[in-house]
Ligand binder design. Sequence first.
Ligand SMILES: NC(=O)c1ccc[n+]([C@@H]2O[C@H](COP(=O)([O-])OP(=O)(O)OC[C@H]3O[C@@H](n4cnc5c(N)ncnc54)[C@H](OP(=O)(O)O)[C@@H]3O)[C@@H](O)[C@H]2O)c1
Length: 346
Amino acid sequence: MTGTHLAAILPEKRARLQVVERATPEPGPNEVVIEVKAIALNPIDYSQRDTGMPPVPVYPAVLGCDVAGVVAKVGANITTAPAPGSRVLAMATSFFHDGSPDHGAFQKYTLAQSEAVVALPDAISFEQGATLPICFMTALNAWVTIGISLDTRYAPEDKQAVLIWGGASSVGTFAVQTAKLLGFRVYVTASPWHHEYLETLGAHAVFDYHASDVVSQIVDAVNRDGVALHTAHCVVIGSLQPTLDVLKETKGASAARVVYSPPLLPDHPTLDGVEIKWNFPPMQSEAVLNKHMYECFHVWLRNGLESGTIVPSPPVQIEDGGLEGLNAALDKLKVGVSGRKIVLQI
Ligand SMILES: NC(=O)c1ccc[n+]([C@@H]2O[C@H](COP(=O)([O-])OP(=O)(O)OC[C@H]3O[C@@H](n4cnc5c(N)ncnc54)[C@H](OP(=O)(O)O)[C@@H]3O)[C@@H](O)[C@H]2O)c1
């Protein structure tokens, strides 16, 4: 593409984003140039801006992972959808592209690889579409991380349960939706004002994590329901110890598996017979990662959005200012949100 576009760049480590003109890139053979209409924010964005972690390999950097918009141009190897003019959502992240600023989300035109670009049904707005990419993929990565194949479909008589600690978070809402589709009976923690919403997404029972007896409440429900709870996704910081407290009572003599999404510190709590793994996509090779991304976006997400079995979540909270508003919106996310996804219109 000839010309330039506006981008919010991070000029150096621990700086504020600045809006500047950048050259608009050409797509690689398997890539799509997207005219960005909406950007969603994630904790990794303010962490990279304010601490440089996870590492930012190239400065000036273009941060961000989640966009929705319109296809502007497609690479030579892309012969079918998405055609130019299509409404799409995409995971546009320099994280999987050696820090390449052309692939970051915080700009008017970004590059995404075709495996991570999905057509947006007409009923889903750009703002809603932007809530999905990285958090949806993270929810699926979690199952794969602890050895649960994405082909798994438990039947009710299998009595397989899962605990999702932090269900109202962005990743948590997709953990709930995908756990239901895998066939788990889904036990979730969240603040009380989110319980009804999480039940609409697929939670069988939701517990207020502020309650001093939340662990025994969950254990009692599992025992009453007569299900096997050996599996958990800890979505938020601080969720590992109470999750292990639950599993101690519910796993019996069986082995249990826990996937933890925030950074897993070396001195994290442990429990005999429980395997604890940090949530990360399969990256043994580029081919393995691309196949996994295709399964996440083109098998699970495209089909889920078309059939209505996956819905954008949680509700969006639109912040003003477009690219110029990103610093303030990231500051707001850093303070904390409750069951909302911060989105900017671009
Ligand atoms: N490993 C990976 O690949 C990967 C990828 C993406 C994100 N992450 C990480 O995943 C985590 C979640 O990210 P996110 O964007 O989904 O977060 P988020 O939406 O910002 O999380 C906010 C929610 O966290 C909930 N929460 C906070 N403390 C809680 C607690 N003690 N128990 C239960 N819920 C609690 C709050 O629930 P209530 O409103 O109910 O109070 C709030 O709604 C972050 O640490 C992020 O860095 C990891």
